[in-house]
Write a protein that binds this ligand. Structure first.
Ligand code: HEM
Length: 445
C-alpha cells in the first residue's frame, strides 16, 4: 500500500480519531454520536442531548448544528463551502504533505461533485442532473417494477430471507447499475466495493478501514477506466454512455461522477427501504392504514425519510467569517457538522417529532435530501424505488415478520441496517405490484 496514503489517513482521520477517542472516554455525547455504537444504533437520544438550548453547538472536532432552520440556512448559504479533506488545524507540514497525496478516485475526493464548490461544482453537476429530472426518472417506473417483482419472486421461493441483502440493496443497485451501463453480473462486485468505501464518509475511521477503502477504490478505478474506454468505442443509450459521448467531462471527472452516482445511488436508498421495514412492523396501526388507504404510501415514505434518515449528517466549511449568533463565530476554514437527523427531529419544525406518523402533513419538509446547491440529484429516483419496493413487499407478504433484531451498519454518516433476517409467511395469492407507469394515483407527487 502506498506509504503516502498513511500520511493522508493520519491527517484526515488519525488525528480527529485521537481527539474523538479521548472525548469518548470522558463520556462526551458528541464523541458518542460520531464514534460510539449507541450513536450508530440510536443517535436520536444523543442528538436531543446535544440540541441543548438551540443554535450552533461546539463539539470535539468542530461545531455542529441540530436546529432545522439553522441547518437549512447553512446548506443554502454561499459563505459555506463543502468540507476539504484536511482540517486546517492539522499541523502545517503534515497538512501540506497530506494535501498533495492523490488518492484513487472516490465519492468524497475532488473532482467528485460532493467535494466541489461553484463554479466547478456546477460544471460537474449540470450534465449529470439532466438525467435525473422527475420526468426522466418517471420513465424508469416500469423497470423498477420489473426488478422488484423479480426479487419478490426469488424470495417467495425461499421463505426465510435477509431483507437487506436479498431485497433493499438489490432494487437500487440493479437500477443505478443499468443506468450506468454495468453488466448485471458485476453487481456483487459493486456491493462489496460499496461496503468498504462508505466508511470514508465518517470522521476518524481506522487505518485498517482506510486501507481497505483505498484497495477497493483502486480496483474501481481500473474497472471504470476500462468501462469508459469501452463506451467510447461502442456508445450505448444509458445515461453514462451519453455523458461519456458528450465530451463535456474528462476521464477523471467521468470516473468521479460514476463513483458518486453508484455510491449515492444505492448506499442511501438501501437504507430508506431497509429503515422503513422495522418502523412499519413496529407500528402496525400505520401499516393497517396503508393497507386500507394505499394512496398514503408517498406520505409514509417522506415520514420514514424524516424519522430515520439514511444520511444522518453532512459537513460545511466557512469560506469567510460567519457569525451564527449566541457567540459562535466561525473563522474561514472552520467546519460545522450539519445534523440532518437533528433538523428532522426539531420540535419547532415538526410537532411531536419523535412520533412516527405517516399522516404528518409537513413530513416532506425534512432535510434528508439536503438543500441548496448540493441538494440530492437522485431524490426522485429514491422516491420512485421506495415507492414501488415497499408497497409491493408488504402486499406480496402480508404476514412478513422480522426474525430477531436486525443488525445496524457500523457507520455514523450513513444510517441503515447490515442484515435483516425475516420470515415472509404465505405470499398473497395474486401479487399486486402498483405501477407509476400505469398511472397509479398513489405515486403522483
Ligand atoms: C434515500 C435515498 C437518498 C438520500 C437520503 C440521499 C441524500 C443525499 C444528501 C443528504 C445529499 C446532499 C449532501 C450534502 O449536501 O453534503 C445528496 C447529494 C447527492 N445525491 Fe443523494 N440521496 C439519496 C439517493 C440518491 C440517488 C438514488 C442518487 C443517484 C442515483 C443520488 C445522487 C446524489 C448526488 C449525485 C448528490 C451530490 C449532489 C451535489 O453535490 O451537487 N442520491 N444525497
Amino acid at each position: 500500500m502506498n506509504a503516502s496514503y498513511a500520511v493522508r489517513w493520519a491527517a484526515e482521520h488519525g488525528l480527529p480519531r485521537l481527539a474523538l477517542r479521548a472525548k469518548y472516554r470522558l463520556g462526551d455525547p458528541f464523541a458518542r454520536l460520531l464514534s460510539g455504537e449507541e450513536g450508530r444504533s440510536d443517535p436520536y437520544s444523543l442528538i436531543e442531548h446535544l440540541r441543548g438550548t438551540g443554535g450552533a453547538q461546539t463539539g470535539p472536532v468542530g461545531y455542529a448544528a441540530f436546529d432545522y432552520q439553522l441547518c437549512r440556512a447553512i446548506l443554502r448559504d454561499n459563505r459555506f463551502g463543502v468540507r476539504t479533506p484536511i482540517d486546517p488545524k492539522v499541523p502545517g507540514p503534515l497538512r501540506r504533505y497530506a494535501e498533495r497525496v492523490v488518492l484513487p478516485p472516490n465519492p468524497i475526493e475532488a473532482p467528485s461533485m460532493f467535494m466541489l464548490d461553484p463554479p466547478e461544482h456546477s460544471r460537474l453537476r449540470k450534465p449529470v442532473a439532466a438525467a435525473f429530472t422527475p420526468r426522466a426518472v418517471a420513465r424508469l417506473g416500469d423497470r423498477v417494477r420489473e426488478v422488484t417483482t423479480e426479487l419478490l419472486d426469488a424470495m417467495a421461493a425461499r421463505g426465510s430471507v435477509d431483507l437487506i441483502g436479498d431485497f433493499a440493496a438489490r432494487v437500487p443497485i440493479a437500477v443505478i447499475g443499468e443506468m450506468l451501463g454495468f453488466p448485471a453480473a458485476d453487481r456483487e462486485l459493486f456491493l462489496r466495493w460499496g461496503d468498504v468505501v462508505t466508511p470514508l464518509l465518517d470522521v476518524g475511521i481506522s487505518w485498517r478501514a482506510h486501507r481497505r477503502a483505498m484497495a477497493a477504490t483502486a480496483a474501481m478505478e481500473g474497472y471504470l477506466a476500462a468501462h469508459i474506454e469501452k463506451l467510447r468505442r461502442e456508445p450505448r443509450e444509458d445515461i453514462f454512455s451519453v455523458l461519456v459521448s458528450s465530451g463535456e467531462l474528462s476521464t477523471t471527472e467521468l470516473m468521479a461522477s460514476a463513483n458518486v452516482l453508484m455510491g449515492a445511488g444505492f448506499e442511501t436508498t438501501v437504507n430508506l427501504i431497509g429503515n422503513a421495514i422495522p418502523l412499519l412492523r413496529a407500528n402496525p396501526d400505520q401499516l393497517d392504514l396503508l393497507r386500507a388507504e394505499p394512496q398514503r404510501w408517498p406520505g409514509a415514505i417522506e415520514e420514514v425519510l424524516r424519522f430515520d434518515p439514511p444520511v444522518q449528517l453532512t459537513c460545511r466549511r466557512a469560506l469567510e467569517p460567519v457569525d451564527l449568533g449566541a457567540g459562535v463565530r466561525l473563522r474561514p476554514g472552520e467546519s460545522i457538522i450539519v445534523s440532518l437527523a437533528g433538523a428532522n427531529r426539531d420540535p419547532a419544525q415538526f410537532p411531536d417529532p419523535h412520533r412516527f406518523d405517516i399522516t404528518r402533513t409537513n413530513a416532506r419538509e425534512h432535510l434528508s435530501f439536503g438543500s441548496g446547491v448540493h441538494a440530492c440529484i437522485g431524490a426522485s429516483l429514491a422516491r420512485l424505488e421506495a415507492g414501488h419496493a415497499l408497497p409491493a413487499l408488504f402486499e406480496r407478504f402480508p404476514d412478513l415478520r422480522l426474525d430477531g433484531e436486525p443488525r445496524r451498519r457500523g457507520l455514523s454518516t450513513l444510517h441503515g441496517y447490515q442484515h435483516m433476517p425475516a420470515r415472509l409467511g404465505r405470499p398473497a395469492a395474486a401479487p399486486a405490484v402498483p405501477s407509476m407507469a400505469s398511472g397509479d394515483r398513489r405515486f403522483k407527487s
